[in-house]
Write a new protein. Structure first.
Length: 419
C-alpha cells in the first residue's frame, strides 16, 4: 500500500491521517460485504437443516439481506451528502453489530431472516460511505487505483471468511460462525471512531429535499458514464453472487466435501480476486480504463463459457471434480478484480457534489439484480451446478456487451464536473 496517491486537500484540515490509513479503513468498510455474505455460507446448509427450513427460506437469508443492503443506500447516500460520512458510518456500524448479535441468537428461521435484513440496512450505510469517500478524496483515475488497493484488502479479508466460517461450523456450530461478525463490527467501529474524522469537504444542505433529490437522481440516472460503469459493476457482482449462492450446495451437498475443504476452495477464489486487483493497477499504469475493462470483459466471457460447458458435460467424466469447477471461477474472479474498482469509481466520477447519492444508486442496482438472481436460483436448485453454469454464462455475456458497446465508447472524465 505504499504507492497510494495523495488525497485531495481538505480545506479545514479535519482529515489528517496517512493515505495508508485511509485504504485500511476503506478495506474494512468494503470488507463488511464479504464478511456478511461469505462467512456464513458454510453454515447455510447446517442452519437450514437445524431450523427445518426450505431451500427458498435458506436463499432468503442472503437475498433479503442484499435487497435491504441495496435499498437502504437510497436513503443513506443523500443523508451522507447532507450530514457527512462519519455520522452515517458510526450509526451504521453500531446497528450492524446489534443485528449480528440477534442473528447469532435467532430462535427460528423467520427471526434470522429479519435480523439479516436489518444487518443489510446497516451494511448499506458503511459500504456506500466507503465508495463516496474515494470520490471525496481522489480524482477519478487515481480513485480507481485507490479503490483497487482497498479491494485488495477486501480480498484478503474474503480469503479468511469461508475457511473461518467452515472451521467454526464444523467444530463449534453455525451460531459461532455468525457470532464472529460481531467482533469484526466492533473492531471496525472502533477504528472509524479513532481514525476517521470526515472526508466530505462541503455538505449539501438540500440533499434530502424531495425536489432537489429527485432532480439529482434523474441527472445521475441519465448520465451515460454512470450507466455504463454502474452496469459493469452490477453485472460482475451478479456473476459472483451466482457462484456464492450455489457454491455451498455444489461442494458440500452434491460433492460431499467437508466445510473445511469447501473453505479452502473459496480461499483460492479470494486469492484470484486479489491477483485481479493487482493486475488492474498494473494495467491502469499502461493503458486506459476503457481498454482495461474490455480486456477483463472478454476474460469473463471465456470463464463463463467454460463454466457452462463444464456444468453440462463434466459430471460423470473422469476429470470432473471440485477443481474443474473452480478453474473457470478463479478466472472470472481475476476479471472481477478489474471490473469492480473501475466500475465503482467510474460511475461516481462525474458527481463530486453528490458522490453519496451516486454511490447509493450504484449499490442499489447491484443488490436489486442480486435479489432477482437469488430468487431465480432459489427455484432452480434441483441441479445447483447447472444453475451456476447458466447464470455465469449470462452475466459474462452481459459484461462483454457492456464493455464493448458502453464503457469503450465513454471516456472517463479527468477532472471534477458539477452536477
Amino acid at each position: 500500500m505504499t504507492s497510494i496517491g495523495q488525497p485531495l486537500p481538505i480545506q479545514d484540515g479535519r482529515l489528517k491521517r496517512s493515505p495508508a490509513v485511509i485504504v485500511i479503513l476503506l478495506a474494512l468498510l468494503l470488507g463488511l460485504q464479504p464478511v456478511t455474505t461469505d462467512l456464513y455460507l458454510p453454515a447455510l446448509p447446517a442452519l437450514t437443516q437445524g431450523f427445518g427450513a426450505s431451500m427458498v427460506q435458506a436463499q432468503l437469508t442472503l437475498t433479503a439481506l442484499l435487497l435491504a443492503f441495496g435499498t437502504s443506500q437510497l436513503f443513506w447516500g443523500p443523508l451522507s451528502d447532507k450530514w457527512g460520512r462519519r455520522p452515517v458510518l458510526l450509526g451504521g456500524i453500531f446497528v450492524y453489530a446489534v443485528a449480528a448479535v440477534i442473528c447469532a441468537l435467532a430462535p427460528n428461521m423467520e427471526a434470522l431472516i429479519g435480523a439479516r435484513t436489518l444487518q443489510g440496512v446497516a451494511m448499506g450505510a458503511c459500504v456506500m460511505a466507503a465508495r463516496a469517500i474515494v470520490r471525496d478524496l481522489y480524482e477519478p483515475t487515481e480513485g480507481a487505483k485507490v479503490m483497487s488497493q482497498a479491494l485488495s484488502g477486501l480480498g484478503l479479508i474474503a480469503c479468511t471468511c469461508v475457511p473461518v466460517g467452515g472451521f467454526l461450523t464444523d467444530w463449534m456450530g453455525w451460531r459461532w460462525a455468525l457470532s464472529s461478525l460481531v467482533l469484526f463490527a466492533l473492531v471496525t467501529g472502533l477504528l472509524i471512531y479513532l481514525y476517521f474524522d470526515e472526508s466530505l469537504q462541503q455538505r449539501n444542505p438540500h440533499a434530502l429535499q424531495a425536489k432537489s433529490l429527485w432532480a439529482g437522481t434523474k441527472n445521475i440516472a441519465r448520465n451515460p458514464t454512470f450507466l455504463a460503469y454502474s452496469a459493469l459493476s452490477t453485472a460482475s457482482f451478479a456473476g459472483l453472487f451466482t457462484f456464492l449462492a450455489t457454491s455451498s450446495f455444489i461442494f458440500t451437498q452434491s460433492m460431499g466435501l467437508s466445510q473445511t475443504v469447501y473453505g479452502l476452495l473459496m480461499f483460492t477464489m479470494s486469492l484470484s480476486y486479489i491477483v485481479g486487483t493487482f493486475i488492474c493497477r498494473w494495467l491502469l499504469l499502461r493503458i486506459s480504463i476503457q481498454t482495461c475493462v474490455v480486456f477483463a470483459s472478454f476474460t469473463s466471457l471465456f470463464a463463463g463459457t467454460l463454466m457452462f460447458l463444464i456444468a453440462h458435460e463434466g459430471p460423470g467424466q473422469s476429470w470432473f471434480g471440485p477443481w474443474a469447477v473452480m478453474l473457470p471461477i478463479n478466472v472470472f474472479l481475476m476479471a472481477h478484480g478489474v471490473h469492480q474498482p473501475c466500475g465503482q469509481s467510474g460511475c461516481i466520477a462525474p458527481f463530486p457534489e453528490m458522490a453519496g447519492t451516486a454511490s447509493a444508486l450504484n449499490g442499489f442496482s447491484m443488490m436489486l439484480v442480486a435479489f432477482a438472481m437469488g430468487t431465480w436460483i432459489g427455484t432452480h436448485m434441483s441441479n445447483p451446478l447447472l444453475t451456476l453454469g447458466q447464470g455465469l454464462l449470462v452475466w459474462s455475456i452481459c459484461l462483454a456487451l457492456i464493455a464493448w458497446f458502453g464503457v469503450r465508447k465513454i471516456p472517463l472524465i479527468k477532472q471534477r464536473e458539477s452536477t
